[in-house]
Design a protein. Structure first.
Length: 178
């Protein structure tokens, strides 16, 4: 439908309902662009490690053994590194502190692919000739990456120390929450 104006100009008049349909389509396009922008901001602002490793919390039953060798020692603290295998495999570091003739403490960090788990242990220590042994409990305090939020207490922490070269074998078992 066309309408003539006084100066001879013709102005197109929209068909009834067409203008509101265009307005709705424009509003939908704007909403889609805003939603995409919002999602982009949410994912851009999230740390890559959290976005890539997001998963439901759960419980892991650990049964791991590590074979370590001394890298250094300071006083009665043995700094050891090696590899762990079992439920969780990876490189492992232990700082084993002999606090008395019958007691040890340890800080244990394991590094499975792209992650870490750190815990602390206390154990009874027995020296018998060439091999010393220890047995006690471990608490898992923290984790990163795939094991972010890891924690647990009352895990079994046992092992031996070859007194000739300070090589250590450690066994950890129990439940850990993630």
């Amino acid at each position: 439908m066309n309408t003539t104006r006084p100066l001879g100009r013709t102005v197109a008049q929209p068909r009834p309902g067409l203008e509101s349909a265009r307005a709705r389509a424009g509003a939908l396009r704007l909403a889609a662009v805003l939603a995409a922008a919002l999602l982009g901001l949410v994912f851009a602002g999230a740390p890559a490690s959290r976005a890539a490793t997001a998963r439901a919390a759960g419980t892991v039953s650990l049964n791991d053994t590590a074979h370590l060798h001394r890298t250094s020692h300071h006083g009665f603290t043995l700094n050891e590194e090696g590899s762990a295998s079992g439920t969780i495999s990876g490189s492992i570091d232990i700082h084993l502190n002999i606090v008395s003739v019958d007691r040890v403490t340890a800080e244990v960090s394991i590094y499975p692919s792209g992650s870490s788990i750190t815990g602390y242990a206390t154990a009874d220590y027995r020296s018998a000739g060439a091999v010393a042994s220890f047995g006690g409990a471990m608490t898992i305090e923290r984790g990163t990456g795939h094991y972010g939020g890891a924690h647990g207490s009352g895990l079994s922490f046992t092992g031996t120390v070859q007194r000739s070269n300070d090589a250590v074998v450690v066994h950890v078992s129990g439940r850990m929450s993630t």
